[in-house]
Design a protein around this ligand. Sequence first.
Ligand SMILES: Nc1ncnc2c1ncn2[C@@H]1O[C@H](COP(=O)(O)OP(=O)(O)O)[C@@H](O)[C@H]1O
Ligand SMILES: [Mg+2]
Length: 263
Amino acid sequence: MGKKSKKINDQSYGVLLGDHLSFAASEAYKLLRTNLMFALTGTESDCHVVGITSSVRGEGKSTTTLNLAYSIAEAGQYVLVIEADMRLPTLAKRLGIDGSKGISNLLVGMSKGSEVMQRSSLHPNLYVLPAGEIPPNPSELLGSDRMKITMDVLKKDFDYILLDLPPVTAVSDPLVVSKLVDGMVLVVRQNYSNKRSLTEAVRQLQFVDAKILGFVMTDSDTGPNGRKKYYKKYYKQYGYGYGYGASKKKDKKNEDEKEKTIA
Ligand SMILES: Nc1ncnc2c1ncn2[C@@H]1O[C@H](COP(=O)(O)OP(=O)(O)O)[C@@H](O)[C@H]1O
Ligand SMILES: [Mg+2]
C-alpha cells in the first residue's frame, strides 16, 4: 500500500470505471453484487474469494472485476482485486497505478505484501494487487503452496477477494486456483465468444469441481430495464458474431445503434 494513485486511465478501453459509469451500468453492477452475495450465502468464511473468468480473451473480465469490486466497496466492504491474469495484465494501466511489482514478485518471495498492494483511487475500501513482473510460469506460481499461504494471510484483511483470471480455454490458471476460491463467475460477451468455447469452459470448471456462481453477460443488446443505449464504437469493434440468435434479429440499418450494457 502507500504508492499514490494517479488518475484513472480508461480512455483506451472505452468503458469507464467506478463512479464514472452511467446510471444503468452502475445499477447493473449493483445487481451483480447483490446476486453474488446471495450466491455466496452459506459459504462459511469471513472473506469470500471469487474468481472471474471467461471462455476466451476480451470478454470483459477485468472490467467486470473492477466494477464489481467498486460496487462491493461502495457497500462498505473491504475488497481486494488480485490481478491473476499475469500473462496479459491491464489493471495497473487502467487504474493509473504502479504495476511494476505485484503478485508474481510476492509469490517468488522478492517483495512483501505491503510493498505490492495498492489502494485504488476508485474507492478507499478497494485495494489492488497488480500482476507484477510477467513470470515464465504463472500456472505454477498460482498453484504453489505460497499462493495458498498468501491467500490465507490476505483473507484476514478483506471481506472479499476477487481474482481477475485469464480465460479458461486458453490456460490452466483458472483451474489451478479453483481450490482457492469459493466460486467462479463466468463472463460471456454477447456475439463474441462461441457456444463451443463456453461449453468447454464450463466442462473444464466442472471437471475440477469449481463452483460456478453465475454468468455475467457483457456488451448485451438491452440493459436491465430493457432501455437501449447508444454504443456505436463497440459495435464496430466487437459487432461480429458467432451465431447466437440475438445477432440474427438485428436490423442491419440500425446496427450502428447497438447499445452497450451489462446484463
Ligand atoms: N460490459 C461491457 N460492454 C462493452 N464493452 C466492454 C464491457 N466490458 C468490457 N468491455 C470492453 O471490452 C474490452 C475488453 O475488456 P477487458 O475487461 O479488458 O476483457 P478481458 O479482461 O476479459 O480480456 C475493453 O476494451 C473493455 O472496455
Ligand atoms: Mg483482463
